[in-house]
Design a protein around this ligand. Structure first.
Ligand SMILES: [Zn+2]
Ligand SMILES: [Zn+2]
Length: 313
């Protein structure tokens, strides 16, 4: 199965601003030596040697990930602004998908606001299947896509739409099997576990980890044990999380504790704080790596989600 990230930012779209761009240019220019400029090859080596916080962008789009099991079924989680880029990419590559399966973690604006900009929804012959364990799915979507918030309603979509309320776990979508679990977040939120060929990963955005998630009961053990990796909300630093108890998000260090407690071999930080510039997110990664190194037996791998990053499972 292939996983691709189209939106990784938390709470609100966060495009790079003028000062950030200028800061990057200044930092890059300061590093250049005359020998870096002598040939195309030396220039390429210079660029390849730049740190990720200068040569790559984390991205400002809000939550959307694409999952393609081996049968190429198209599963999407959340329709934040990243879904717009995903839809446009499909059109650009002329990939025609007839059926989309969109799972919602919850209906906060940053997780649904991209939906009316998903171009494939306006193509005839397309089907979109929406899934959520929350009963207000259809209402929540309809309420956002109408006047005075948006010029048209869902009726403008040419795609046939189907709303599926998740009750009995698991559901099979193509060759993938999906299960879910509620997490602490204002208004409720669900994490999804996607499994194919005995390999699983969990997508757990908008999650404030609490004692309940660490508890050794059957439900947790079944959900968290034996997965390959978890993509998890790590919006805050430890001090920010102390100031923002009950805001519904976790800190980088608590996420490390959580992964260690369930023997999860790899975590990917997600739902990045809009106030954090890329360098800050990499600093949080460094802090988390330092913290996990204090645990001697730990082989935990930690990474950050970036737009257009792909993972093969
Ligand atoms: Zn969110
Ligand atoms: Zn939320």
């Amino acid at each position: 199965m292939k996983i691709k990230f189209w939106g990784v930012r938390g709470s609100i779209p966060t495009p790079m601003n003028q000062a950030q761009l200028q800061g990057r240019i200044a930092a890059i220019v300061q590093r250049i030596q005359p020998s870096d400029l002598v040939s195309q090859e030396s220039r390429d080596i210079f660029i390849a040697g730049l740190p990720a916080y200068l040569s790559e962008i984390i991205g400002g789009n809000t939550t959307c990930i694409e999952i393609r099991p081996s049968d190429d079924t198209c599963i999407i989680i959340d329709a934040g602004t990243g879904i717009r880029t995903f839809g446009n990419d499909l059109l650009k590559r002329r990939e025609k998908i007839k059926k989309f399966h969109i799972f919602f973690t919850h209906f906060h604006m940053d997780h649904i606001t991209g939906l009316p900009f998903f171009e494939p929804a306006y193509k005839e012959g397309t089907e979109i299947h929406f899934y959520s364990p929350q009963k207000h799915m259809e209402k929540a979507i309809n309420e956002q896509i109408r006047l005075p918030y948006f010029p048209v309603t869902l009726d403008a979509f040419m795609a046939k739409m189907y709303f599926h309320y998740l009750k009995e776990s698991p559901v099979n979508i193509g060759t993938a099997q999906i299960t879910w679990r509620g997490v602490k977040h204002p208004g409720g939120c669900f994490s999804y576990k996607i499994t194919e060929n005995n390999k699983s990963f969990i997508f757990s955005t908008d999650t404030e980890l609490i004692q309940r998630d660490f508890r050794r009961n059957e439900e947790n053990t079944k959900f968290y044990k034996g997965i390959e990796f978890i993509v998890i909300d790590s919006q805050y630093t430890l001090s920010e999380s102390i100031e923002k108890i009950d805001w519904g998000h976790s800190s980088n260090s608590l996420v490390v504790d959580f992964a260690l407690s369930w023997d999860i071999p790899k975590i990917i930080f997600f739902h990045h704080e809009p106030k954090h510039e890329d360098m800050m997110i990499y600093k949080m990664l460094k802090t988390a790596k330092w913290y996990k190194d204090r645990v001697k037996s730990s082989r935990l791998e930690i990474g950050v989600a970036k737009e257009e990053m792909e993972i093969e499972l």
